[in-house]
Design a protein around this ligand. Structure first.
Ligand code: NAG
Ligand code: NAG
Ligand code: NAG
Ligand code: NAG
Length: 650
């Protein structure tokens, strides 16, 4: 009974623990929280303390009222505000803090109780970088002491507000603290200042302008041999020394601007999701935190995004299947006729006939008027001969010049027509010879599937492979089940796959447009794409809890804005066996085959004609001779056929 009485007296005499509960005046709390809230555009404020419910009897009625006033004040400003102790926070919010968008978590004081609960219950269990943190410190509390076993990640905004006693009036200095990495030195920088006269003064620089330095922190970069975008540089003992290609360039620039150290390692496997939910290859290496960055041409697929953090996309490209261009172009027989439409051909025919007729008529008329002139004129006088020479003139052959002026006029106009017609015909023919059309066996994935004679490959153990494994597209899934699974050794990278397309007779390979446009000079055949399968983005992967995504993205965006990223993307990375193919398109035998056929056919026809004429002639001569022999026998000499007669008596 006595003990209870003493306890009661002590309880009544001792002031409640309010001295380290609300350690600032309400006004200062309001102004500073408001200021931070305004800067970060937070949607709600959570005032966190360490005293378990019910709060009122433990802190005293006056403090409790002040706490309620504080909440009321923010509510009046239409800011959703809650007051919560850490135990309730863990119980009620726990892992679902992700449902609150951009929260501002305010730790009202720096009591040892709060520090303890915060460092054991909150800090290890939530993603510290998600909310904005603000804590109020008393003057005697040291920052290093408070944060001794709390990890404040690099991308976390943790603000510490301390009173500034240098000024005569009430003022605060708000410091931000962070660590480059777990276990490293706590870094601090003044974020903002507040005083009762000027209010809050914000920083002039953005987050990653303030935190642009990793102070030599080591990042482990894993990559894969995938020319041209990532090529591993090795020394003579086959140790990995660095990275070349587009991703090597990016990493070098990042290293410079972030002041970090990079160590490189290589892998042979991109990594894909096994059925039991574990990843293989480089992706697994990130998940188990053996590497920090996977710098290679990585497709940002849904499964990968679920498992890892990705940087902002570096570029986007299309995913397509490539096959070797068929060796021969299409043989078109009408290539030499198509330059002119049918009516032009008929018009030309009519022109030849009419002008020949004119020449013939003029000649006959001239013969009637001036007999001598027409007699001396060397122009042919038979109609079909005239037609032939007019045709020749249109093919830019010469024509026997007439002595009769009207005929000369006709000849002149025929030559003019010939020049124009020939020029037009040559132009159209040349362009049609220069542009080649290749007959593709198919142009779509469906065609590839129906064709059944082609083999199909993708990069093994990669996103390309898993894409097929889990596709909902019926064509793709049949392609996977029937064609792809039969492939026993899938290529390791795009270069290998594309080389296989060239070296094997019927091999189709899925690759990215961006890779192919760089690689097409390194393979020795011409690749043609089928239809687009999907549009994809390429980024680099980071560990699932990497604090460096922000700073890397920031630097990538700077590179993009300054155009360096584009330059890097378009620069030619030296490749093994680079052969620059000339851009000339050559005319192949198919293109002139019709001409050759016409030539041969007409030569043969002429020989056939010659032979038949000759045969007929011999036959006729023979017949005549027979007749003559008969005549001689009847002593009746054919006096008019002297030649035959002479030959007979030789
Ligand atoms: C808050 O919103 C303002 C205006 O909408 C914007 O200018 C500012 O960048 C935002 N601040 C942050 C940290 O997102
Ligand atoms: C980069 O980091 C090193 C190692 O910590 C440091 O000595 C150096 O001052 C830093 N450089 C810059 C420009 O901050
Ligand atoms: C999944 O399977 C692989 C190999 O089949 C094995 O190495 C791994 O341990 C398995 N993971 C789990 C979580 O069972
Ligand atoms: C992929 O397919 C496997 C079965 O083949 C299935 O268990 C898994 O959930 C699928 N994954 C996705 C992301 O659809």
């Amino acid at each position: 009974m006595k003990k209870v009485l003493i306890l009661l007296i002590i309880f009544l005499i001792l002031p409640p623990i309010k001295t380290n509960f609300l350690i600032r005046s309400n006004y200062m709390y309001e102004k500073i929280i408001e200021g931070i809230h305004k800067y970060y555009n937070n949607t709600c404020i959570l005032l966190i303390h360490a005293i378990k419910e019910p709060v009122e009897p433990k802190v005293g009625i006056e403090t409790y009222t002040r706490l309620k006033d504080l909440q009321l004040h923010f509510s009046r400003l239409n800011i959703r505000t809650a007051v919560m102790d850490i135990a309730t926070f863990i119980l009620k919010i726990g892992g679902s803090y992700y449902h609150i968008k951009r929260p501002l978590f305010v730790l009202l004081n720096d009591s040892e109780d709060l520090r303890h609960q915060f460092s054991t219950l909150i800090a290890p269990s939530i993603d510290m970088a998600y909310p904005t943190w603000l804590i109020f410190f008393r003057d005697q509390t040291s920052i290093d002491d408070f944060f001794r076993d709390i990890y404040v990640p690099f991308d976390c905004t943790f603000l510490v507000s301390k009173e500034n006693f240098d000024l005569e009036f009430e003022a605060e200095i708000i410091t931000e603290v962070y660590q480059v990495y777990r276990g490293l030195e706590l870094r601090r920088e003044i974020f903002a200042t507040w005083n009762i006269v000027d209010g809050i003064v914000y920083p002039k620089l953005s987050l990653y302008q303030r935190r642009s330095n990793l102070y030599g922190h080591t990042l482990r970069v894993i990559s894969i041999e995938d020319p041209p975008s990532s090529m591993i540089v090795r020394d003579k003992d086959n140790r990995v020394m660095g990275l070349n290609g587009f991703f090597g360039g990016i990493m070098e620039l990042l290293q410079e601007s972030m002041n970090c150290t990079l160590i490189y390692e290589s892998t042979d496997e991109w990594g894909y999701l096994l059925n039991n939910g574990t990843w293989t290859g480089a992706i697994n290496s990130l998940i188990i935190n053996k590497s920090d960055i996977f710098a290679a041409e990585l497709l940002m697929t849904t499964e990968r995004l679920d498992a890892l953090k990705f940087t902002t996309p570096l570029y986007s490209t299309k995913c397509r299947t490539f096959i070797k261009r068929p060796a021969t172009s299409v043989l078109s027989w009408d290539k030499y006729i198509t330059p002119f439409a049918d009516d032009i051909w008929s018009a030309l025919g009519v022109i030849i006939l009419i002008s020949s007729a004119f020449i013939k008529i003029i000649k006959s008329v001239a013969a009637v008027i001036t007999f001598q002139d027409a007699q001396n004129d060397r122009v042919d006088s038979k109609f079909w001969d005239v037609v032939f020479s007019v045709f020749g003139a249109l093919c830019s052959q010469g024509m026997e010049l007439s002595t009769i002026n009207p005929i000369r006029i006709v000849q002149f106009s025929i030559h003019l027509t010939g020049v124009v017609v020939l020029a037009a015909y040559s132009a159209a023919l040349i362009s049609s010879l220069a542009v080649k059309i290749f007959v593709m066996p198919f142009t779509t994935m469906e065609g590839l599937l129906k064709d059944r004679t082609y083999r199909f490959g993708v990069v093994g153990e990669s996103a390309d492979f898993t894409f097929f494994q889990n596709t909902s597209d019926p064509v793709m899934s049949v392609l996977f089940d029937d064609v792809l699974v039969k492939e026993t050794d899938l290529p390791l990278n795009y270069l290998e796959g594309l080389s296989r397309v060239c070296s094997e007779s019927k091999y189709a390979f899925m690759a990215l447009d961006a890779a192919v446009s760089q690689l097409k000079s390194s393979v020795d055949c011409i690749l043609v794409p089928l239809d687009t399968i999907s549009q994809t983005s390429i980024g680099m992967a980071l560990t699932p809890d990497s604090p460096f995504r922000g700073i890397i993205n920031n630097n990538i965006l700077l590179l993009r804005d300054s155009g360096i990223l584009n330059k890097l993307l378009n620069s030619d990375w030296a490749l093994p066996g680079d052969n620059t193919q000339d851009a000339w398109s050559t005319v192949e035998i198919q293109d002139i085959l019709p001409l050759i056929v016409v030539l041969i056919v007409s030569s043969c026809t002429s020989i056939v004609f010659l032979c038949s004429e000759r045969l007929i002639h011999i036959k006729m001569a023979h017949n005549r001779r027979k007749k003559n022999v008969n005549l001689i026998k009847g002593v009746k000499f054919p006096m008019n056929d002297e030649k035959l007669f002479k030959g007979y008596f030789k």
